[in-house]
Design a protein around this ligand. Structure first.
Ligand SMILES: NC(=O)c1ccc[n+]([C@@H]2O[C@H](COP(=O)([O-])OP(=O)(O)OC[C@H]3O[C@@H](n4cnc5c(N)ncnc54)[C@H](OP(=O)(O)O)[C@@H]3O)[C@@H](O)[C@H]2O)c1
Length: 315
C-alpha cells in the first residue's frame, strides 16, 4: 500500500475572520479526466475569497479557498490535449465550485487554463484571471461596449476596476471615467482613464451625466446613484445582482441592465491573455505575500482598499 502524498495548503474548517485560515497538510490532488496537476507558483486573492471565508454561501469543510492560479504543469490526466508537463499556465478554476488554489498543487481542468505569456511573471499571471474575465464579460458580453462610447467604471482602482478601465480604452471608448479615492487618481490616469472622480468628496451624479455604459462592482446604494448618470437607452452592468427597487428604477430611467456572475470563460481568458502578451494590459499588484501569510492577505484585503490585486507566492 502506498502512503497518500500530502502537500501544504491554507485551509478553513469553519467560516469566520481571517484567523480561521491556517496552514496544514492535506492530500495532494490527482488530475482527473481532462485535468492537469499544476505546481502552484502564485495564487491571486480576490474579494470573493474573503466573502466566502466569512460565510457568504454554504461550503463543505475542510475548504481550500482560491480560484486564481499561475504555475507549472507537472502531470496530466486522461484526455488532455494542448497542455503537457513543463508548461507554465494560468487561469481561474472551477468558480463558483471549490478549486483549492491556496496550496502547493491544484488539479485544474485543462480547458480553464491558458499558457502564461513569457513577458509576464507568475505573480502577475495569478493576479489576472478573475479580474480580467469579469471585466471582459462586463464590458463586452453584458455591456456590448462600442467604439466612441462614454464609459464609467466604479471602484476603478480595484482588481476588476483597473482592468475594466484599460479594456474600455482598448475597445475604443471615447471617454473612460473611473471612481477612486484621491490616492489612486494618478494610478488610474496612468492606466488610461480620461478622468477620475473622487467618490469621497464628489457626488458622482453631480459631476457626470449621459453616459453610455457604467460598470458597478459595488451595488447597494451606489447602484441607484450610478443609474442616474446613464443616458436613457444606455446600459448599467452590475456585479452584485438585483436588489429591492432595481427593476422599477431601471424602467423609470429607460436603462438596460446587465449582470455578471463570473464563471470560467475560454473566450474571455483568450482575449485577456492576448492583451497581456501584447503588453497592452497592465496588472497592478498591490502586494505579494508568502502563502504562509494568508491571514495578513485577507486582513488587508477586506479593508476594501486594495489597488489592483494581492498575490500569494507559493514556492
Ligand atoms: N459578480 C461577479 O462575478 C464578481 C466578480 C469579481 C468581483 N466581484 C465583486 O466586485 C467587487 C470588486 O471586486 P474587486 O476584486 O475589484 O475588489 P477590490 O479589488 O477589493 O476593490 C478594492 C477597490 O475598491 C475601491 N473602493 C473602496 N470603497 C469604494 C467606494 N465607496 N467607492 C468606489 N470605490 C471604492 C478601492 O479604491 P480606494 O482605495 O481608492 O477607495 C479599492 O481600490 C467586489 O465586491 C467583488 O465581490 C463580483
Amino acid at each position: 500500500m502506498t502512503a497518500t502524498e500530502t502537500m501544504r495548503a491554507a485551509v478553513i474548517d469553519r467560516f469566520g475572520p481571517p484567523e480561521v485560515l491556517h496552514m496544514t497538510e492535506v492530500p495532494k490532488p490527482r488530475p482527473g479526466d481532462g485535468e492537469v496537476l499544476v505546481a502552484v507558483r502564485a495564487a491571486g486573492v480576490n474579494a470573493i475569497d474573503w466573502l466566502i471565508r466569512a460565510g457568504i454561501s454554504p461550503a463543505e469543510f475542510p475548504l481550500v479557498i482560491g480560484w486564481d492560479v499561475s504555475g507549472t504543469v507537472v502531470a496530466t490526466g486522461p484526455h488532455v490535449t494542448g497542455l503537457r508537463e513543463g508548461d507554465d499556465v494560468f487561469g481561474m478554476l472551477r468558480f463558483p465550485s471549490p478549486a483549492g488554489c491556496y496550496a502547493e498543487y491544484v488539479a485544474a481542468p485543462a480547458a480553464e487554463l491558458a499558457i502564461k505569456p513569457d513577458n509576464i511573471d507568475h505573480l502577475t499571471a495569478a493576479a489576472a484571471p478573475m479580474a480580467g474575465i469579469t471585466a471582459w464579460q462586463a464590458l463586452f458580453r453584458q455591456g456590448e461596449i462600442a467604439q466612441g462610447q462614454r464609459v464609467l467604471v466604479h471602484s476603478a482602482a480595484g482588481g476588476v476596476g483597473h482592468v475594466a478601465v484599460q479594456l474600455a480604452k482598448l475597445a475604443g471608448a471615447a471617454e473612460v471615467i473611473g471612481t477612486a479615492s484621491a490616492r489612486n487618481h494618478d494610478f488610474l490616469t496612468g492606466l488610461g482613464a480620461d478622468r477620475v472622480i473622487d467618490y469621497t468628496s464628489e457626488r458622482i451624479s453631480e459631476v457626470v451625466s449621459d453616459l453610455d455604459l457604467v460598470v458597478d462592482p459595488r451595488g447597494g446604494a451606489d447602484f441607484f446613484e450610478l443609474l442616474e448618470v446613464v443616458r436613457p437607452g444606455g446600459v448599467i452592468v452590475t456585479l452584485k445582482g438585483k436588489q429591492q427597487g432595481y427593476e422599477n428604477a431601471l424602467a423609470e430611467r429607460g436603462v438596460r441592465d446587465g449582470y455578471v456572475y463570473v464563471t470560467p470563460d475560454r473566450e474571455a481568458l483568450t482575449e485577456v491573455t492576448r492583451y497581456l502578451a501584447e503588453g497592452r494590459l497592465n496588472i497592478a499588484i498591490d502586494r505579494v505575500l508568502p502563502l504562509d501569510d494568508v491571514v495578513k492577505a485577507h486582513t488587508f484585503g477586506e479593508q476594501g482598499h486594495v489597488r489592483g490585486r494581492i498575490v500569494l507566492e507559493v514556492s
